[in-house]
Write a protein that binds this ligand. Structure first.
Ligand code: FAD
Length: 347
């Protein structure tokens, strides 16, 4: 199967890119591993309502509108992307899982569980959801209770009556703690002291975070995500959580034992569950055969174009790993891809 551009991933980044590729009349296909529309959002837990998110930015050409903020974000976003795919007749093929991408002369081979696509340009928009980050602590394998990651969280009811240690200093951890507190006994642990900031999460804050992440990418370092860099705005609900002792973090434990976790001062907290709200990494394993990484572990990009291989565009990576950033980067990548194809045709 030959095509000018393969887009991998039909999340915010891949759909934004698709809109601009369609406008340029590009010959492309979108390969998506999910069973239906929604990108990573379709896997998020039901109690993550739209109102609890940092905001889902509009895709180009179709505003999200003002859905009921009490609805699960998973449902709202899946419906929204579905409408978008239908309205623009986006050529999505799913479920198609890309196993690896290899280089053959001028072409890239995108090898999947449904055959191989040969392409000139790859627009990678695979997000982070499939790469949950589990930091290692000694004794992890000895724990006799249950361990799960944000990636696997389904509902608070699932953990009712349990003693839960929540690990991580981000928004997900805080939201889990507040939701769990009425039903479970919680202990919060974080690697660094938690700083709540008396400021609304607004556009200016978003820009500052993006700049910080962009600087790491420029240096060829692993980016961290925009969302993991946003810090914690001190909302009234969070303030109540602090006052009630729910949002008071202990320093990270030093080891895990059969029935709980041990701290540096020797103290021990019994636990039935360890909930790792420890973030995600860019989901890029399928690109390993292209050797795009720098010695620092990151991938250097100019705009969205990978410096080591300009046939590859990365969107939703580093500073564009938010719905706003992914929307902008999708446009930039689509334009860079069509420009590159134009140069090839002219050569
Ligand atoms: P995704 O939505 O992850 O889409 C990637 C797609 O690629 C998926 O459909 C996946 O199936 C597919 N894919 C992956 N690997 C392959 C493969 N090998 N082969 C084929 N297909 C593949 N951002 C915000 O702006 N606001 C928020 O409130 C917000 N909340 C968040 C909450 C959590 C818990 C997390 C983890 C992230 C949050 N983010 C938020 C960040 C958010 O994920 C991004 O903003 C954005 O939705 C990511 O879009 P994407 O298109 O890059 O990736």
């Amino acid at each position: 199967m030959d095509v000018d551009v393969v887009v991998i991933g039909a999340g915010q980044a891949g759909l934004s890119a698709s809109y601009h590729l369609l406008r340029k009349d590009a010959d492309f296909v979108v390969l998506d591993a999910n069973d239906g529309p929604g990108g990573a959002w379709r896997h998020r837990w039901d109690s993550l309502t739209l109102g609890e998110t940092h905001r889902v930015h509009d895709l180009p050409g179709l505003p999200l509108g003002e859905p009921d903020p009490s609805l699960p974000a998973s449902q709202v976003v899946a419906d929204y992307y579905d409408r978008f795919e239908r309205q623009y007749d986006v050529p999505v093929r799913r479920p198609v899982h890309v196993a690896r991408v290899t280089s053959h002369g001028e072409l890239l081979h995108v090898e999947t569980d449904h055959g191989t696509w040969r392409t000139r340009v790859l627009l990678n928009a695979t997000g982070t959801w499939d790469r949950p980050h589990w930091p290692y602590y000694p004794g992890r394998e000895r724990f006799l209770g249950r361990q799960l990651h944000t990636h696997d969280f389904v509902s608070v009811e699932d953990l009712a009556g349990k003693r839960v240690v929540v690990v991580g200093g981000g928004t997900s951890a805080v939201q889990f703690l507040l939701q769990l507190a009425p039903f479970a006994t919680t202990t919060w642990v974080t690697r660094r002291p938690v700083e709540f900031v008396e400021r609304r999460f607004d556009a200016e804050w978003g820009r500052q975070v993006e700049q910080r992440v962009a600087e790491r990418v420029r240096q060829g370092l692993p980016s961290g995500s925009v969302i993991s860099n946003t810090g914690l705005p001190l909302t009234p609900a969070y303030q109540r959580g602090i006052d009630d002792g729910i949002l008071v973090a202990r320093p990270m434990f030093t080891s895990i034992e059969e029935y709980g976790v041990r701290f540096a001062d020797g103290s021990f907290v019994e636990a039935d569950v360890i909930l790792w709200a420890t973030g995600f990494r860019a989901s890029l394993d399928h690109l390993a055969p292209l050797h795009l990484r720098e010695p620092g572990g990151g991938i250097k990009v100019e705009g969205t174009t990978v410096l080591r291989d300009p046939r590859v565009q990365l969107v939703g990576y580093g500073p564009s790993a938010s719905t706003l950033g992914a929307t902008r980067a999708g446009r930039a990548a689509a334009l860079a891809a069509t420009r590159y194809l134009g140069e090839l045709a002219a050569a």
